[in-house]
Design a protein. Structure first.
Length: 71
């Protein structure tokens, strides 16, 4: 699970998210919803995350904040 999260620390900080063992799965699920990739498809998710961040990081950060707020 969440093999890519360690690479997202700067983006997570911009979203105001402090990754820890308690919220790791919630963050992982939120990222999957943002990029619209089936949950637990780590390689596919990471590929789409990189593409979206390169395309528009601020939009990705905003969407991630929104998904995290939903819980």
């Amino acid at each position: 699970m969440s093999c890519y999260l360690r690479h997202l620390d700067p983006v997570l900080r911009k979203a105001g998210i402090a990754l820890n063992s308690e919220n790791r799965q919630q963050v992982d699920q939120a990222v999957h919803r943002v990029v619209e990739v089936h949950y637990k498809d780590c390689p596919g998710t990471w590929k789409e995350v990189k593409r979206r961040i390169a395309e528009d990081e601020s939009s990705f950060v905003l969407r991630l904040k929104e998904e995290m707020a939903k819980g």
